[in-house]
Design a protein around this ligand. Structure first.
Ligand SMILES: NC(=O)C1=CN([C@@H]2O[C@H](COP(=O)(O)OP(=O)(O)OC[C@H]3O[C@@H](n4cnc5c(N)ncnc54)[C@H](O)[C@@H]3O)[C@@H](O)[C@H]2O)C=CC1
Ligand SMILES: O=C(O)CCC(=O)C(=O)O
Length: 529
């Protein structure tokens, strides 16, 4: 078996792989995209950090590939969807570089408070300038942390040790969890208005992209200091540049950029009050040793047909169980993400109920698939089958699993219900149909429907009155959106009706707004499964 080590990982990790019987290691760092296409043609595994891009083209050029191992958290450089389609396991090492990244963030915060890099450059230039480099203290200032996960929590502890007041915005985190860390969990607007320092620590998702833009900067205090050691694009660079130039932002520290590597002529490089590092969050000896060894061990396990750990696109299971459980895992993940998207952001508990044949299977793996699906849009690629229960626990979400001995109307059924602290409940149920195990959603919010559990869904709750189906169909038609399937449900004539529509493409923002504004439509929600 050949393993291509495409980016520089810890020599201890490479040595571990070389020591395995039957594994040949090819080390090729910094290869061009063309060279990578050539190198992968007969490899079974690829180990990367963030430099080498594992695109759909690379995956297509690697017919023997079984696993891509990322020595780090973010798998943005891997086309995970294409890998999943090809049955290639993509795995990461979610916690090996947490401390390193938290410490780099803190270094940036200190440099934002005290212009140490600028003073050091002036000393190197032969000067003795004691006037230009005075700063401010962290002590008694307010730090706003956006995203209180692994790294955000470690930054919080360090800030508290420096005597800072810590606020956090993390809509998925239970208030009790923030309280236990003595952190005030506030809204994003409150955080923006109160913080002297802001640092962001979440994945780049549709929700977090440009979260800090011109509008957000307007809500901040003048003289704000802001830091991003998570992912480029969470802070809009153009808005940051404008805020730095206007004096609204007094200092910024960035480790990550909208486009990496950062262009040599980027304006960010020219501003005196900005400290930039070239994506060094995980670059400590300890973190690299930890993630390098971990990924080498994980890759060797997969190649031996053993346990799959920290996979971002597959359960940690052996091949035989995966074959039986595969359709249930997929259905579970779809139900999880559906319930997350139709419910409120803060959930107190998830109740999962199994009926029928499924009760005798390894429902632990299915439960994890549901949890992973639920967390998909919250934690991005860092969530996997291994860490999804811990991540839900960290968010303060309790998981209850019921294996029901009672009969249901289906041979087997999975029901997922999200219960919010305010008592509201949102749910979805699904089953497998036919010899090919087609995934079907058979109920949403306890109303019977029948739609494919895949792709793009439009959920509409409307007053049950004539003309609604025609109205929705015409509106989508005008928007160029084709309806693949539609299911209707109502409890009583004239009351609330539910339409669930499988769409071939996403409706435009204008079409969605028009739906929401219709007097008879109570809810119009577009959901991506
Ligand atoms: N600069 C570097 O070299 C490194 C960067 N990273 C990046 O740091 C980021 C955070 O990593 P971890 O703390 O390990 O992840 P994590 O998954 O432990 O934490 C992410 C947190 O973000 C929260 N979140 C998700 N969507 C949110 C939203 N819309 N608003 C506010 N909070 C939201 C989640 O609830 C979660 O608590 C990731 O993007 C990761 O790729 C990680 C390691 C090294
Ligand atoms: O490998 C690296 O240096 C990048 C680390 C990173 O960004 C991550 O783990 O998400």
């Amino acid at each position: 078996m050949k393993v291509l080590v495409a980016d520089k990982i810890s020599p201890k990790g490479v040595a571990f792989l070389r020591a395995q019987t039957g594994i040949e290691v090819i080390e090729a760092y910094g290869s061009s995209a063309e060279k990578v296409l050539e190198l992968v043609k007969d490899v079974h595994a690829i180990a990367v950090r963030s430099e080498t891009k594992i695109t759909a083209e690379v995956l297509a050029a690697a017919p023997l590939l079984k696993v891509v191992g990322r020595a780090g958290v973010g798998v943005d450089n891997v086309d995970v969807e294409a890998a999943t389609e090809r049955g290639v396991v993509v795995m990461n090492t979610p916690s090996g570089n947490t401390i390193a990244t938290a410490e780099l963030t803190f270094t940036h915060m200190l440099c934002g408070a005290r212009p140490v890099p600028q003073a050091a450059a002036s000393m190197r230039g032969g000067q003795w300038d004691r006037k230009s480099f005075s700063g401010i203290e962290l002590f008694r200032k307010t730090l706003g942390i956006v995203g209180l996960g692994r790294i955000g929590s470690e930054v919080a502890k360090r800030a508290q040790a420096f005597g800072m007041r810590v606020l956090a915005f993390d809509p998925y985190l239970a208030p009790s969890r923030a309280k236990a860390m003595q952190i005030e969990n506030v809204s994003l607007d409150e955080l923006l208005a109160q913080a002297d320092y802001i640092t962001v620590h979440m994945p780049l998702t549709d929700d977090t992209h440009y979260m800090i833009d011109e509008g957000a900067f307007e809500k901040c205090k003048k003289g704000l200091r802001i830091f991003n050691c998570a992912r480029g694009g969470i802070i809009k660079e153009a808005a940051l540049l404008a805020a730095l130039k206007s004096g609204k932002v007094a200092a910024a520290g960035l480790d990550v950029y909208e486009d990496e590597p950062l262009a040599a002529d980027s304006e960010l490089r020219k501003l005196p009050n900005v400290t930039l590092t070239p994506h060094l969050g995980a670059s400590t000896a300890e973190a690299q040793e930890s993630v390098g060894i971990e990924i080498a061990e994980q890759i060797a396990d997969v190649l031996r047909g053993g346990v799959i750990r920290n996979a971002v696109n597959m359960p940690s299971l052996d091949a035989a169980s995966l074959k039986v459980l595969g359709p249930y895992l997929d259905l579970g993940a779809k139900l999880g993400t559906l319930v997350q998207q139709i419910g409120p952001q803060q959930i107190a508990s998830l109740r999962i109920t199994y009926w029928g044949r499924i009760v005798d299977l390894d429902s632990n793996a299915i439960t994890r698939a549901i949890q992973q699906g639920f967390l998909r849009r919250i934690s991005g690629e860092s969530v996997n089958f291994v860490n999804s229960p811990v991540m839900l626990e960290r968010l303060g979400v309790k998981v209850e699993v019921i294996k029901s001995g009672e009969n249901s109307s289906y041979t087997e059924l999975i029901h997922v219900e999200a219960l919010a602290a305010d008592g509201s409940r949102h749910s979805a149920a699904g089953t497998l149909i036919g010899k090919t195990n087609q995934r079907r959603i058979v109920a949403i919010n306890e109303r019977g429907v029948e739609v494919d559990a895949s792709g793009k869904l439009l959920l509409i709750e409307n007053r049950d009155q004539p003309g609604m189906i025609g109205y929705v169909g015409t509106l989508l038609g005008k928007d160029g959106v084709n309806i693949a399937n539609m299911s209707l449900s109502r409890q009583e004539a004239g009351q609330t009706a539910l339409m669930v529509i499988n769409l071939d493409s996403e409706p435009s923002a204008a079409a969605r707004a028009e739906l929401k504004n219709h007097a008879a439509i109570k809810l119009a929600k577009f959901v991506h499964l």
